[in-house]
Design a protein around this ligand. Sequence first.
Ligand code: BG6
Length: 476
Amino acid sequence: MKKGFKDGFLWGGATAANQFEGAYNEDGKGLTIADVSPGGKQRMKLLRDDSYPLEIDLEKYTYPNHLGIDFYHRYKEDIALFAEMGFKTFRMSISWARIFPNGDDAQPNEAGLKHYENVIDELLKYNIEPTITISHYETPLNLVKSYGGWKNRELIGLFEKYARTILERYASKVTYWMTFNEINTGVLGSFFTLGMRNESLNNNFQALHNQFVASAKAVKIARELNPNIKMGCMSIYATMYAYDSNPVTVAETMEENRMFNYFCNDVQVRGEYPTYAHSFFTKNNVVLDVQPGDLEVIKENTMDYLSFSYYMSTTHALKTAEKEESEGNFFGGTKNPYLEASEWGWEIDPVGLRIALNDLYGRYGVPLYISENGLGAVDKVEEDGSIHDDYRIDYLRKHISEMEKAVTIDGVDLMAYTAWGCIDLVSASTGEMAKRYGFIYVDLDDEGKGTLERSRKDSFEWYKNVISTNGVAIQK
Ligand code: BG6
């Protein structure tokens, strides 16, 4: 077996429009759910509270997403830095509300379409393949307020129209696409994913069903436009461990694992609802409104590749057990005594990534794309302007080493790795700038103060070496 990453391996970085573009109300863009999400550690709690009005209240809150890091105006400078690192791909999302400001407009906004065309052309100028996420926590606010979010079937048609518009415009230039970011957070009722808060389990799964149909329709359109296009699903994967060897703990972990880590992938890659999901629905009185044609479109338009984000693993103990809880952006779990955690309490587990890759490749047999991975940390700028982020290099090195084992020893077909937040951006779970992932530092703090100037951290040079040697220089 050939050692190391395959030729043409797509090294790069990942972002989302709402977390770094800024320009939240420029050139005809409408509001998205991200634009009414306040900054700060209380963000997720506030958004889960029905009494929190989904409106902008500048007297009470700050909204770091409004400015982002101003990629909207600085994309040329930033893409030049990505090119300097040698990126082969750059994952970005298109903000639906730049194209259809209210989500249900009759005509698309040409200024929005033109903007993304410019960004794509700039990437292609440096031979960087764009990877586009069609929906990354950016549902237009109007679709939440007037339609009730994704539980409403009308969103299928609106998404289809949006997807068709951008695919028609960019399908000849962009090969790699993902439909919904971290779609499986919908299983947990995530507002970011579903545009709904505190609804019944039935509504959450209905919303997911609607997204499966919408996603499959986008895949169909894409293939009709360009048969060489590669369409992928995207979910968050957390390697799941049973806390102890009690068979009851292991059985519970299995049940949790399949509804969280497999369910959405099973539907989108295998093309049908798995048996265990039907049992889950029966047990929880979930009855879905499945219209004629839904299951067929899902079956006929499965994904070319499977992409996932990986930040941490999670450990499951029996509900009766008294164990210390760990933290995560969407889920906690029981503290794993073998793992250290980041400053934000996310348990760091590189070996868990090798397990994830084997698990997913063994189950699906399609190429895998690691679309997010990285360490959120506070960076210190030295007096001379340098930033020594050896902790980030250490995190990435260990994860990429495990990836390399999965490829070389285990034979996993891995096609891409895009480090999350390759340039510092606003955190999704806490709306902070202080939680940085980048190789490129952006001078901006949580109060929106700073010059927005970009500078290279130590990890910049390190990642550049990793890319130029196709992963051989991980240890250096
Ligand atoms: C993923 C999301 O859950 O994790 C990203 O797809 C997010 O949007 C990333 O930014 C890291 O999470 P956070 O909360 O540290 O920004």
